[in-house]
Structure formats: structure tokens, C-alpha cells
Design a protein around this ligand. Structure first.
Ligand code: CP
Length: 311
């Protein structure tokens, strides 16, 4: 057994720095399997995992699926557009029916904040939060941290600018928890309409991107989340790009060895210019590879993988 002291991964907020360290160390050690000619170990043989996604996903869902296959778990993926959720079945009814098929873990992406916490109180399988509304996206923050640690050798003391639609971003919330717990110095930047009230109690805040990126070790750009917007948060995407978009000229204000992150999917030409997204400081595709490693680590730690991981 792994000795990891949690049954579920619901968010970063409830984790201790030592838990985060354990996940990152485990991910760093398991990542090597992805470079083997045969990318498969028997670690989770006999375990069954359900990937239940109520919202669209490319990276998170596929990387959980790849992680499950590499670790030899049996898995099934349910996209709710083709499930009985379209007939009005509730989340709890759906999950209780899936639970009756005896899975060991359910990975949930859902539009309602707190939905994985609710499930963890009502069903037996381990629950992993793959993004709940605007609340948390813990595996995204963990893969971002693994990428930062690989590129910078540490998290403590890094100056990290998080820029864009903070208000609707579960990625920003999970990263703010994680980076603060691990001793990084976070500055948040966005228009006043896209910053949650009271956020200045948790991190430095600025409305000027030039100030946010000045001297930064890392810049994390966030997607404008139109699907969560009901009103006018900014006048136009063109104006947003002019005031808050990351361009090459702006990135030059950061440290010379800055790394630039984006969780994807990107709105090119809105929050990030293509020349930056595809440029030499971008680690966006490294984040995707590290997403598989982090999700392998989470599955391994929660499902009590045995020593075959090394085989
Ligand atoms: N970063 C992220 O969660 O991407 P997907 O929505 O494609 O899973």
C-alpha cells in the first residue's frame, strides 16, 4: 500500500504540503514509464475506474485514460451527452447505479462546485475531482507544479503571475492554494470584473499585466471562460487582448528564463499571442505530458498500488 493519507482527491485546499510533495515525487518517478518502449506496468491490474465527465474535456479525460491504461486498470468513460443524464437522471442516481457495478474509483468533472465532495459523502468508491465548476481542478495544479519544479528545480520562492479570467477559473483557485502552500509568491492579474471579491486577502492583486509579469519566474495565462459568463465582463476580445493578453514584448519584462504556462484550451490572440504560445519559453505541451504522470501518481496513491510500479 502507498501510505497516502487520503481516500479521495477532492481539492488542493485540504492537502498538506507533504501530500503535495508525495504526489509530485511519485509523478516524477512514474513519468519514466512513458518513455519505455512498452508503456505498461501491472500496478492497478484488477482495479476498475469510471471516468464520468459532465463537461467537455480533451486533456484531462484523455490523460486520465492514458494513465489508467499504463497502470493496467480497467476503465470506462462516460460522456454525459450520450448517457441517461440527458433524460433527467440526477448525479447521485447516476453514480449510485455506477457504484452498483463495483468500481474502485470515479473520476468526476461536473459544472457544480462541490459535486465531488457531495459524492464522497454518499458513495463507496474513491472520488477524484477532475474539475468542479469554478471551484477546483486539483490535478491541473499538480501538473502545473510538476512542470514548474522540473523547469525551475523548486517551487519555494518562485514569483508566479496568474493572469486572465481569475473569477471563473478553478485552475487559478487550485494553483493559488498549491503555490501558496509550497512557498511560492503569487500575483493575480485581471480586470476588476474578472477577479473574485476579497481575493486580495489571499494573494497580491494588480490590474496591470506589465506589473504582474515584471521579474516573474513563471507566467500562467488563463482561458477566458465564456461558457461561465452571463454578462459583459469586458467590452471585446480585442480590447481584452490589448489590456491583458500576453505578447512577446510583455513576456520580455519577466526573468530571462521565464516559463509560460496555459492549462488549455487556449484562445489564441485573446489571452495569449501565438508567438508566445509556440515560442521558446512556452511549456504548454510539457504540462500535458506531466498531466499523464500526475494522474498516474494520483491513481497509484489512492488505489494503493503495489511495488510492481517499478517493474
Ligand atoms: N486543462 C484542462 O482541464 O483541459 P480540458 O478541459 O481539455 O480537460
Amino acid at each position: 500500500m502507498s501510505g497516502f493519507p487520503h481516500r479521495h482527491l477532492l481539492g488542493i485546499e485540504a492537502l498538506e504540503p507533504s501530500d503535495i510533495q508525495t504526489i509530485l515525487d511519485t509523478a516524477a518517478s512514474l513519468k519514466e514509464i512513458l518513455d519505455r518502449p512498452i508503456k505498461k506496468v501491472p500496478t492497478l491490474r484488477g482495479k476498475t475506474i469510471v471516468n464520468l465527465f459532465y463537461e467537455a474535456s480533451t486533456r484531462t479525460r484523455s490523460s486520465f485514460e492514458v494513465a489508467e491504461r499504463v497502470l493496467s486498470a480497467d476503465s470506462l468513460s462516460i460522456a454525459t451527452a450520450t448517457s441517461s443524464a440527458t433524460k433527467g437522471e440526477t448525479l447521485l442516481d447516476t453514480v449510485q447505479n455506477l457504484e452498483a457495478m463495483k468500481p474502485d474509483m470515479i473520476i468526476l468533472r461536473h459544472q457544480s462546485s462541490g459535486s465531488p465532495h457531495f459524492l464522497a459523502r454518499h458513495v463507496r468508491p474513491a472520488i477524484v475531482n477532475a474539475g468542479d465548476g469554478a471551484h477546483e481542478h486539483p490535478t491541473q495544479a499538480l501538473l502545473d507544479a510538476l512542470t514548474l519544479r522540473e523547469k525551475k528545480g523548486r517551487l519555494k520562492g518562485l514569483r508566479v503571475a496568474i493572469v486572465g479570467d481569475i473569477l471563473h477559473s478553478r485552475v487559478a483557485r487550485s494553483n493559488l492554494w498549491l503555490l501558496s502552500k509550497m512557498g511560492a509568491d503569487v500575483v493575480l492579474c485581471g480586470p476588476p470584473t474578472l477577479l473574485p471579491p476579497g481575493i486580495d486577502a489571499l494573494a497580491s492583486v494588480t490590474h496591470r499585466i506589465d506589473e504582474a509579469v515584471e521579474g516573474a519566474d513563471a507566467i500562467m495565462m488563463l482561458r477566458i471562460q465564456r461558457e461561465r459568463m452571463s454578462g459583459g465582463y469586458f467590452s471585446s476580445t480585442r480590447e481584452f487582448h490589448i489590456r491583458f493578453g500576453l505578447t512577446e514584448a510583455r513576456a520580455k519584462r519577466a526573468k530571462k528564463d521565464v516559463v509560460i504556462l496555459h492549462p488549455g484550451p487556449m484562445n489564441r490572440g485573446v489571452e495569449i499571442a501565438s508567438e508566445v504560445a509556440d515560442g521558446p519559453y512556452s511549456v504548454i505541451l510539457d504540462q500535458v505530458t506531466n498531466g499523464v504522470a500526475v494522474r498516474m501518481a494520483v491513481l497509484y496513491l489512492l488505489l494503493g498500488g503495489a511495488s510492481e510500479a517499478e517493474s
